[in-house]
Design a protein. Structure first.
Length: 627
């Protein structure tokens, strides 16, 4: 009984090798049709064999195969020419996958005497091994005929395909391996798009196809931990295999697009990868025990108290709870840090100015230490509320406002205020916050073109802040201050005010930075980059920017005449915050100082004359003590 599945597997492989070879080479229409005929024959034999096993009646096997032998010969004998190559490729890829599913069902039933379903047909070693060999063979034959980007995409997908949880004794191994490979594939995708950013290319739509498959895979794994079924994951793998074979034969999507010129394309790419990363983070949290499996276990693991779905308010609350709990979780932040950190490192290598490179190095290091290691893994992790500087986003970060954490919270404001006064708000908005790491990578930095081209982004340009932005800034700051007073009075027992049992300061932080901030982030094509800075949305950033505006930090120039004669104004185009009027300030005053400037420094790096430099406490002290 063990020998029969092996014989079937080897026979299928040898026959499919011939079919793949003929279709990929396409020597003649007749030979291609013959290859498709053989492929169809394998499919019907597997289906017929499966029907025989579950019915114990040879009639179905004989009828299925004889019918195909008769009617399947018609196109082979009568079709003179096949012009629709892409249709043939798609039909071939689909038949290949269906044939292997039927083979998986046949072998599963042979071994167990139990009728197979989609899960057991796919989740066995015979199906997976045959498909992997066939996909690899297809890639080898097509290797020289496809461009480098598509080749890399196919290799990345091929590496991802073997990790079916059903065929491993422990689910942790395939989940972790698939997550690691998918993180690498995501970096590859972003890097490939960035290299093609100056022209419309086929990679854009091909990327959207591949990212959609990745997203469905992660949704499937997430649903497995919730409901215990891998059906969605299996479907994603079927689609992935079909897409792989089709693209290996047909080449990239013929449509061309440029994500820096089409906001809908840019948004689609960002949105799909974000959804993929969202579910990937949730899956890793399940694996590592942050979330408990099953619906009830997951609900009990969420950050906010779950509310019964009896009205729209409760439904909205629970949606915010789910989204924020995953986006603020340990493994989501680690995964995002790896992806965004690599892209930021690639961008750092492009920078000419040493101080900008140092700043970006500190930014990557700050994320690793300040966002990941200290709060999650260090011996200090359970003492953070009492340590000044660790309330990383001000009021609400580590909980409510009470006397027990007064030193840590106020101390944080004091430390940040001193740093912002001496070095500017870049100590937060360009270094220690998570936002600069996400905005400063190669792909996302290239999206700053939407500061100039998007409808809202254009309204947020220059160093000027519109009145509506000032209104948002003031409104958010007042709201947080009022929440702090309420939280403090609650801690003293003077009043008792919470929302669904949640401290209002923590709730504001949770909604602001674990939910709405990510909505701003994926809306880059419509808002521009660093919308947290340009819209006044971030109350913690506003505090540091306000201190910086009266502090020592500014941008200065060496020679105003170089700015007068400058034709390219590269500094304005380089600014990721959308400040386009700094040259006028340089010409008039020899320096630039603005509430919106957070010292990212791309203007300094972009200046072709090396005319711009940072001025902060270091230069101030040199001036005072140079003699």
């Amino acid at each position: 009984m063990i020998l029969l599945p092996i014989i079937i597997t080897i026979t299928m492989l040898l026959a499919m090798f011939y079919v793949i070879y003929e279709v990929e080479r396409w020597r003649s229409t007749r030979r291609v049709l013959l290859a498709l005929y053989v492929e169809g024959m394998m499919l019907t034999m597997n289906i017929g064999g499966y029907l025989y096993l579950i019915s114990n009646n040879p009639f179905y096997f004989l009828m299925t195969n004889s019918a195909y032998m008769i009617f399947g010969l018609y196109p082979l004998l009568n079709v003179k020419e096949v012009k629709m190559r892409r249709f043939v490729y798609s039909l071939f890829a689909l038949l290949m996958v269906i044939s292997e599913i039927a083979m998986g069902a046949l072998i599963y039933t042979l071994e167990t005497s139990i009728p197979a379903n989609i899960d057991t047909s796919i989740g066995n070693i015979y199906f997976v091994s045959v498909m992997m060999v066939e996909m690899a063979f297809t890639l080898i034959l097509s290797f020289k005929n496809i461009d480098k980007t598509l080749r890399n995409y196919l290799i990345g997908l091929l590496l991802l395909m073997p990790w079916f949880p059903q065929i491993f004794p422990s689910i942790n191994l395939p989940i972790w391996l698939s997550a690691i490979i998918m993180i690498g594939d995501t970096i590859l995708i972003y890097d490939s798009l960035y290299k093609q950013r100056l022209r419309a290319s086929q990679e854009t739509f091909t990327t959207i196809e591949l990212t959609s498959i990745f997203t469905l895979m992660m949704i499937g794994e997430f649903l497995f931990f919730l409901y215990g079924t891998l059906i969605v994951f299996d479907i994603s793998m079927i689609i992935g295999m079909t897409w792989f074979v089709y693209r290996a034969l047909a080449g990239p999507n013929p449509r061309k697009g440029n994500y820096t010129r089409n906001p809908l394309l840019a948004f689609t790419i960002i949105f799909l990868t974000f959804i993929m990363e969202f579910f990937m983070g949730g899956v890793l949290d399940f694996v590592e025990g942050i979330f408990s499996p099953g619906i009830s276990g997951f609900i009990n693991s969420l950050t906010l108290p779950w509310q019964l779905l009896t009205n729209p308010i409760n439904a909205l609350w629970d949606l915010i709870d789910i989204v924020g709990s995953i986006l603020g979780s340990m493994w989501f932040l680690i995964m995002m840090g790896i992806e965004m950190g690599f892209l930021a490192f690639k961008k750092m290598l492009e920078m000419r100015v040493k101080e900008v490179r140092v700043r970006m190095s500190l930014m990557i290091l700050a994320y690793a230490l300040y966002t990941i290691y200290i709060p999650m893994f260090s011996p200090l992790s359970d003492r953070l509320p009492y340590i000044p500087y660790m309330w990383s986003m001000g009021i609400g970060t580590l909980g409510g406002f009470s006397n027990s954490v007064l030193l840590g919270l106020i101390g944080t404001y004091v430390v940040y205020a001193i740093l912002s006064f001496l070095f500017g708000s870049r100590n937060l908005c360009s270094v220690s916050c998570t936002a600069p790491l996400m905005y400063q990578g190669t792909f996302y930095d290239s999206l700053k073109v939407y500061n100039r081209t998007s409808k809202i982004g254009r309204k947020l340009m220059t160093s000027r802040r519109p009145n509506w932005v000032k209104g948002i800034t003031l409104g958010v700051s007042i709201l947080v201050l009022i929440a702090a007073v309420i939280s403090y009075l609650n801690s003293l027992g003077v009043i008792s005010f919470t929302l669904f049992g949640t401290d209002i300061t923590f709730l504001i932080y949770f909604v602001w930075f674990d939910v709405i901030w990510y909505l701003l982030f994926i809306s880059i094509p419509f808002l521009g980059t660093f919308a947290c800075v340009t819209t006044g949305y971030c109350y913690w950033g506003v505090f540091n920017q306000a201190v910086s505006s009266i502090g020592l930090f500014r941008l200065k120039i060496k020679d105003p005449m170089l700015c007068v004669n400058c034709k390219t104004v590269d500094c304005a185009f380089a600014c990721p915050v959308g400040i386009t009027d700094m040259r006028g300030w340089f010409i008039k005053k020899g320096e630039f100082k603005s509430f919106k400037c957070v010292g990212i420094g791309e203007c300094v790096d972009a200046c072709p004359y090396d005319n711009i430099y940072f001025y902060d406490v270091r230069q101030w002290m040199k001036e005072r003590f140079k003699h």
